[in-house]
Design a protein around this ligand. Sequence first.
Ligand SMILES: [Zn+2]
Length: 495
Amino acid sequence: MPTAEATAAVLERYEAVIGVEVHCQLKTASKMFCSCSTAYDGARPNSHTCPVCLGLPGALPVMNKRAVELVMATGAAIGAQTPAATRWDRKNYFYPDLPKGYQISQYDLPLASAGRLTFDTSEGPFTVQITRAHLEEDTAKLVHGEGPNGERLSLVDFNRSGVPLMEIVTEPDIRTAEQARRYGEELQLLLRTVGASDADMERGQMRVEANVSLRPRGTEAFGTRVEVKNMNSFRSVERAVAFEIERQAALLDAGETLRMETRGWADDRGETYHMRSKETSDDYRYFPEPDLPPLRVDAAWLAEIRADLGELPAARRVRYEEALGLSAYDAAVLVADADAGRLFEATLAAAPGLDAKPVANWVTGDYLRLRNAAAEPVSVDPAQLARLVALVGEGTINRSSGRDVLDAHAATGEAVDAIVARLGLRQISDAGALGSVVDEVLAANPAAVADFRAGKGQAIGFLIGQVMKATKGQANAAVATAAIRERLGADGGGK
Ligand SMILES: [Zn+2]
């Protein structure tokens, strides 16, 4: 397995040219051209089928308008253009998972073209140009197994056949494995925000393929392209692309020529493997689909979809950083993690005027720590979190007690004020009440007092520790420090 350092060395000699193709299942209730339900997860094979999605002769497709709208919304979100009129095309090829012998797709008039997506990487922001996004139908699923007599057989499950699928293709703009991963992550976030797809890679709702080639630095011509597929996580995308860059560089260094091929990613072995050769580009003999009318996209329809888009991830990060003053890290976490983002927004909504920064700290720090460690879903009431942030902010309880309160609230749902009272966590901030404790501590520790007076500033740390001990950790440290300094005289030693 190549290391990141090795890839960096390779990338000094070669430039990687990477394009990414994503297929994602659209979030519609019914299939693309029939009324069969798309909720087939866990269902009996071939239970969600009809003559249309089984490809029976004479069955006529009817377009799912919602699927078209989800592609239009995705197009609008990536700043793409949508043509005033488009149509459906047949992509002809034979495979057992495609009963009609063709897939209904879009060829030269995709619903979205010329978009872009910008995201952060460890080397700064990066923009990928998106060539196109079009709509098509998913294929059936082949299940390979063993028959009753031990014979090998392949079965076809048509439940997935005809599910609306969006294909999104980038320009070959990507140069590193990290950029490929980050593109996938940002696209997933966008698809979820727009509501186009749940885009769960492990469930096959989002499938990522990378086309990888190398060329010597400083040259223009593209090298031989290898398609890599079967990556089921973004981490796999990054590892597979890094591996492929290394593998191709080693072959080129040895004076060998690469062949055009499709390779799969074996996650357990950490390497790509040959799947099939691609001697020539496929000829799908596209032609317009005669069973479906052309599709008109009028300006009012498109405007309506644009108006419904809501706040996109990039705009939300900018708002968090610029209007709310959050760090880039907190903004990125809150936008990427839908659950954390919801809690953050709901907490601010529950307490207008509450400073957003400590709320963000509590959510991205303590809340996520709790949630990620818990086996069961963790429930934090936004109004209670707002109360907790306020109590810590005004010094009623200290930060570390606050953490205990959050844990207790998440475990039982008990109100924050009740927990503070029950556990006696209220800090002693009253100068009078703390003053008598300070007097006792000073009287009991003459050596430390003498040290402080002799200029040993660190002695005050010991004295504060004694005050904390005497109050069982409930003293407000700032008030206690001020009280000690006042009694020992402001000029009485180290500051
Ligand atoms: Zn059907």
